[in-house]
Design a protein around this ligand. Structure first.
Ligand code: BTN
Length: 251
């Protein structure tokens, strides 16, 4: 059902109690020609993460996908994805959570145990899908999976998850979603502002990393992120610019 959301951003919001995947639904809407639609669900039964992983999406979360038709080349789409991570991190900070962004777009919260070891627990992930020509995308679907009012025990422990319930005692999901969408709308209109904003929340910069890229592992110090969202890794021998891959923080 379409709901009135009191948003300043120009999105129409379609809400589902339960749906297989908001990204899949948003892709269908894209094929029908829709634009600026947000698909939101309380629960997903077939949620998907990056690299075709399953994404646990129990009731109480904020599972949403934003469909838009920006006038950008496909190569700029990573900035769109980073914008979503920044939007979620900002909303989480406003809720009192020490949210940071692990390259490229995992929103994490540090958790230091009694042994002094810090684990970065994942609060949210972003999955972007798109279609179109290289020089101009036809549509982009940015999926945001935010572990909101969910018991961390209801999420797979190997994902080292955390939730807004655990970090902040829970949030008003409507207000939180509103803040995320407003921030995202602002950033998508000013893509040059995305990387500087992203750097403010970065946890990856300054760390030793291993990035599992399509061309093999890159190990070194993460020194910068450049437009539209590439990670610059100093391997000791050279500076390598990595545009995609899974990133592990080594220390
Ligand atoms: C990741 O692997 O970190 C990305 C997770 C993205 C999950 C969200 S939940 C809303 C949208 N619908 C999906 O099926 N996936 C994304």
């Amino acid at each position: 059902s379409t709901v009135e959301y009191g948003l300043e951003a120009p999105f129409e919001v379609e809400f589902h109690d339960s749906i297989p995947s908001t990204n899949a639904r948003a892709r269908d809407l894209a094929q029908e020609g829709a634009d600026d639609v947000v698909v939101l669900a309380d629960e997903q039964t077939g949620g998907r993460g990056r690299l075709d992983r399953e994404w646990s999406s129990p009731s109480g979360g904020i599972w949403l996908s934003v469909l838009s038709r920006p006038d950008i080349p496909a190569t700029h789409a990573p900035a769109y994805t980073l914008a979503a991570a920044v939007a979620v991190a900002r909303a989480a900070r406003e809720a009192g959570v020490d949210a940071r962004i692990k390259w490229p777009n995992d929103v994490v919260v540090p958790d230091t145990g009694a042994d002094g070891e810090t684990v970065e627990r994942k609060l949210a992930g972003i999955l972007t899908e798109m279609e179109g020509e290289a020089d101009r995308v036809s549509w982009v679907v940015v999926g945001m999976g935010i572990n909101a009012n969910v018991d961390p025990g209801d999420l797979p422990s190997e994902a080292e998850p955390t939730t807004l319930l655990g970090e902040a005692g829970g949030v008003d999901r409507r207000l939180f979603t509103q803040r995320v969408l407003e921030e995202f709308d602002e950033l998508r209109g000013d893509l040059d502002a995305v990387v500087p904003a992203w750097r403010e929340y970065a946890t990856t910069l300054g760390k030793r990393v291993r990035v599992d890229t399509p061309g093999g592992d890159v190990v070194g110090d993460a020194v910068d992120v450049t437009f539209p969202g590439a990670l610059v890794v100093d391997t000791g021998d050279e500076r390598v610019t990595v545009t995609a891959g899974d990133c592990e923080h080594l220390r």
